[in-house]
Write a protein that binds this ligand. Sequence first.
Ligand code: PRX
Length: 631
Amino acid sequence: MDMSADSGQQPKYYTPDPSYRVHSWMGDYSWTYNEFVKDPDKFWDHIAQKLHWFSPYDKVSEWNYPYAKWFVNGKTNITYNCLDRHVLGDRRNKVALIWKGEYPEEERVFTYRQLYREVQRFANGLKKLGVVKGDRVCIYMPVIPEQVIAMLACTRIGAIHSVVFGGYGAAALNQRIVGAGAKIVITADMAIRRGKAIPLKHIIEEAVINAPTVEKIIILRREQRTPVELHSEMEIDFYEAMADVSSDCPAEVMDAEDPLFILYTSGTTGAPKGIVHTCGGYMVGVYYTTKYIFDIKEHDVYWCTADPGWITGHSYVVYGPLSVGATVLIAENTPDYPDPGTWWKIVEEYGVNILYTAPTAIRMFMKLGEEWPNKYNLSSLRVLGSVGEPLNPEAFEWFYHVIGKDKCPIVDTWWQTETGMHMVTTVLGEPMRPGFVGKSVPGIVADVVDKDGNSVEPGKSGFLVIKKPWPSMMRTIWNNDERYRKYWETIPGCYQVGDLAIRGEDGYIMVIGRSDDLIIVSGHNIGTAEVESALVSHKAVAEAAVIGKPDPLKGNTIKAFVTLRVGHTPSEKLKNELIYHVRITLGPIAMPSEIEFVDSLPKTRSGKIVRRVLKAKEMGMDPGDISTLDE
Ligand code: PRX
């Protein structure tokens, strides 16, 4: 693919006000990047030294391809840096967390001291239930303060949390509980969405069937008038779990390389992958990028709209912002409910200074019209952020002009569950180029290469890769190290990201999309294999193949091609039933928008379904080489 902007027209940039260039604790982009290049270990050491270590590391990094260790033999605890450090310092009474519920006036506020106390009490509650360092705990909750408290309580005592997004269905949840071998599941009786209670308990009940490692389920009962009944053999109330315990739970001393958490992400084939992040490197990576990329100031209100159940929430709702001592806003809401002004109302009411969101939300607001944001005073906004999928130039322009009023820089951040932290972006103060993410974050060496690992010429597409290890890189995939190694073994010497990209003459990188079978729908990673196996688990389906179709709003939508078993005939009713079936098993985010019944699917002679042929046909494009296909 050629890049028109570099082959003829002058690229378009927006240059932010020079005041944005000044980073109080590091220099501007070139200076900082050069510091990194001069001595990478010294660079990371400088950052790590800003955090608390119970005992110092002997060495900054150790690279034994494809395995990395960072801050070797250092001892720390991320919650010490997110809580104790601030409470013992001068942020004791600073607001740490603001939760905004869906109903007007529904809000909860925690100072650092209050959050510290709640986390320690819940951590002691977990200990009382027998949870010890290294145990896995699954958290399946809506966006409420207890979700954050549960995460921090786990890492406080060295338990490895595996947070599962609250919108997943029972089968997806079961797979993740079993995969991680969770001893405890922490959940809530319901989520609130569009003014309605969405019950969660029956999903959990179904998900723990055939999950033999689960010993207890901790349930936060939000409905107090008629609280759901608990079955005492297995189930325990969230607040009862933390009753009668001390509010003093010193942070467990963790080795820098001990696992911190597992987070499942969709894979191109088979089961989702349990990405493993570790205590030291992850902490340094998210601390650094939160501070440097967002430049959060002491009195800022920072709002990242992601659910803490995704990596964006782990890194940039919970661990990054709390490690820098920020005031973090979270909201349990839907952007267009009760009306499309709801987010802008929150920005006005709380004086949000930094707003970090996803292109899919921006495109939805674009469609709904400027009149909604224009009703509110958005002058508090200073920095805007985007993540999850390409921020197309039209969405960039809209975000920049309508929300940022031509003054707020946009940091479009490219990264992944696997990378733990921001990898490619346009650092504040640097000229922004719509459609392009930007350059490697200082500390990272990203490149666009061919399949042999050679850099491609500017303007030509290639594979986006990372050429050097970094502290917050995943260390392995839970119970599947072989799959981990593949990331580093496919392209010689590089970590393969799985995205296609183009680098312009100016060094700016444009991410085009996935090079594999993952589909990014509204910024969420959906594995074709997962949707296909959900479809095939329906009695009428013989085989299924799923593709992503470009969509102006969601980035992509899912289309499924299905062959039926003998005795079943295509009908509209069956289509709806299949869509519903995926919704129940995997959750609404993985629902196909379209189903087409076909007589057969294109396959290789060895029987592998060739989705690219279906996609080409769907898009009216040339399917390429089909000589290896079966008749
Ligand atoms: O394809 C890229 C896309 O999201 C993928 C990673 O998904 P996940 O692990 O779920 O993490 C999402 C949040 C970090 C990437 O491989 N992606 C993420 N950010 C961007 C992006 N694509 C383009 N531009 C981005 N800023």
